[in-house]
Design a protein around this ligand. Structure first.
Ligand code: ZN
Length: 140
């Protein structure tokens, strides 16, 4: 489905954090200003939970576990939020959003900052984010 931004992204993708037969993991955009913000997306265009195969969903749990462990090796994560809405983009996807120890922003404002790239300040550069991605891959 070429009108789908996630399918399009997978087609054009030259670098992922992780990939297996069912899932692709990429890092969120620098505009989110959240290091360790990850997207987990099924390779297939799936819009409803009932369309998933059992195998796809069975693989998602251990993948979330693996990704949280990897992010925790790089960042002082207190809580790892796992959010899936798939409203604006219907291709179902998970957002993994780390909330760090001593971080003021939490809950819905942090989810909004990540998913809608609503950050008041720029603290993380593209270069820092790329470095983070490379470090993260070593733990997966
Ligand atoms: Zn799609």
């Amino acid at each position: 489905m070429t009108s789908c931004p996630i399918c399009q992204k997978h087609q054009d993708l030259n670098e992922s954090i992780y990939e297996d037969q069912d899932w692709i993991v990429t890092h969120g955009p620098v505009g989110s200003q959240v290091l360790g913000y990850l997207y987990i997306e099924p390779k297939r265009h799936v819009e409803n939970w009932s369309e998933f195969t059992d195998q796809e969903l069975t693989a998602a749990g251990p993948l979330i576990k693996k990704l949280e462990a990897a992010v925790k090796k790089e960042l002082p994560v207190d809580r790892m939020y796992v959010v899936t809405i798939s409203e604006a983009v219907r291709h179902i996807h998970f957002h993994l959003i780390p909330r760090l120890h001593d971080q003021e922003e939490k809950g819905l404002p942090l989810i909004q900052q990540a998913t809608q790239q609503k950050s008041d300040h720029v603290l993380i550069s593209e270069q820092e984010m790329n470095q983070f991605k490379n470090n993260l891959k070593k733990h997966i």
